[in-house]
Design a protein around this ligand. Structure first.
Ligand SMILES: Cc1cc2nc3c(=O)[nH]c(=O)nc-3n(C[C@H](O)[C@H](O)[C@H](O)COP(=O)(O)OP(=O)(O)OC[C@H]3O[C@@H](n4cnc5c(N)ncnc54)[C@H](O)[C@@H]3O)c2cc1C
Length: 297
């Protein structure tokens, strides 16, 4: 298995892009393909490569930045919240060079609820109604070996555990596509509807279990946690990657570390969203936490 240590730096830069085409992958997932003059300089590290997406406000035709240079974050924070771009985290599902294109798969949460145009969040709503020509910005990696890739199994890993919901599906697909031939992988994925399941091409020896929320019993059983808890897992040294709803991610991690005795350093876990909290709420908590930690130092 190929392994790499995380680089110390995160060389990211802005790319102004436009929607080239959209394709519905299932009832609650849409693939948006982006193009852009300088997008060829974006260098995805593959796997779970993260980036920041910047969306225009409803009254704007493109994101309006105070500054796209090195001080962008400080400038963005003090910009009028009604004017500054909405910032969200997403995964690069695929990158091609001829033509220069990047695919991003968006989970359309609330897409099947009554009044779907008003439910979900701004990014989900934007994706649901995106059309060719729509303009957004991407803060993406400028070198392949960058700090926005978290999936990094250490040397000596015998097998891989991957688990997450539909927001993690693009990353899991990227990881499965990256794994060396024959790598043993146990994969547990939860999606809203049966038709949201996807083909996940891989050379790995992957055993994939799909959980479909609208087929789950009303008593709340059949969750990701229960399914992983009941699963027989391979022998040997594991490396686990977990992403999705923060509460579920936390419970899965606790199970692996406390009940399955996984080495906590071999469990990479990321809350991709949290029930009841927008990404602005999560960012505000993070900033407040950072400030509190700084105050204590
Ligand atoms: C590193 C990283 C990579 C990510 N990659 C992807 C990706 O490739 N594709 C993808 O679809 N998502 C991905 N996400 C998750 C995505 O950023 C969040 O779902 C985000 O909250 C969506 O923004 P929004 O504007 O639609 O909703 P927000 O305004 O952030 O939230 C509005 C409300 O919707 C709820 N909500 C948010 N997401 C969901 C959901 N999926 N299901 C149900 N309710 C939800 C929130 O709890 C909140 O109550 C990633 C997150 C991270 C941190």
């Amino acid at each position: 298995m190929t392994t790499t240590a995380a680089p110390a730096t995160t060389p990211f830069r802005f790319f102004d892009v436009h929607v080239v085409r959209t394709r519905r992958l299932g009832p609650s997932m849409v693939r948006i393909t982006f193009g852009g003059e300088r997008l060829g300089d974006l260098a995805s590290g593959g796997r779970d490569q993260r980036f920041k997406l910047f969306l225009p406000q409803a009254h704007q035709s493109e994101p309006v930045f105070a500054d796209q240079g090195e001080n962008w974050y400080a400038a963005w924070r003090v910009q009028d919240p009604a004017e500054r771009p909405l910032m969200r985290s997403y995964t690069i599902r695929a990158q091609r060079h001829d033509p220069v294109e990047v695919d991003v798969d968006f989970a359309l949460h609330g897409a099947d609820a009554p009044g779907a145009a008003r439910t979900g969040g701004p990014a989900s709503r934007w994706a649901a109604s995106a059309v060719p020509g729509d303009r957004v910005s991407i803060l993406g990696p400028a070198v392949e070996d960058n700090g926005g890739v978290d999936f990094r199994p250490p040397p000596g890993t015998d097998w891989i555990l991957l688990t997450g919901d539909e927001t993690a599906l693009p990353a899991v697909a990227g990881i499965l596509g990256w794994l060396s031939p024959g790598t043993q992988a146990k994969v547990f994925l939860e999606v809203a509807h049966a038709d949201d399941r996807q083909e996940l091409p891989t050379f790995a020896d992957a055993d994939i279990t799909w959980l479909v929320r609208d087929e789950q019993p009303a008593d709340g059983s059949g969750t990701l946690l229960e399914t992983v808890r009941a699963a027989g897992l391979p022998e040997g040294t594991p490396y686990a990657w977990i992403a999705g709803e923060a509460g579920c991610v936390k419970a899965l991690r606790r199970h692996l570390v406390q009940e399955r005795a996984f080495d906590r350093r071999a469990v990479k876990f990321t809350g991709y969203w949290r029930r009841g909290a927008s990404e602005e709420d999560l960012l505000a908590e993070y900033v407040a936490g950072t400030a509190a930690a700084t105050d204590e130092d």
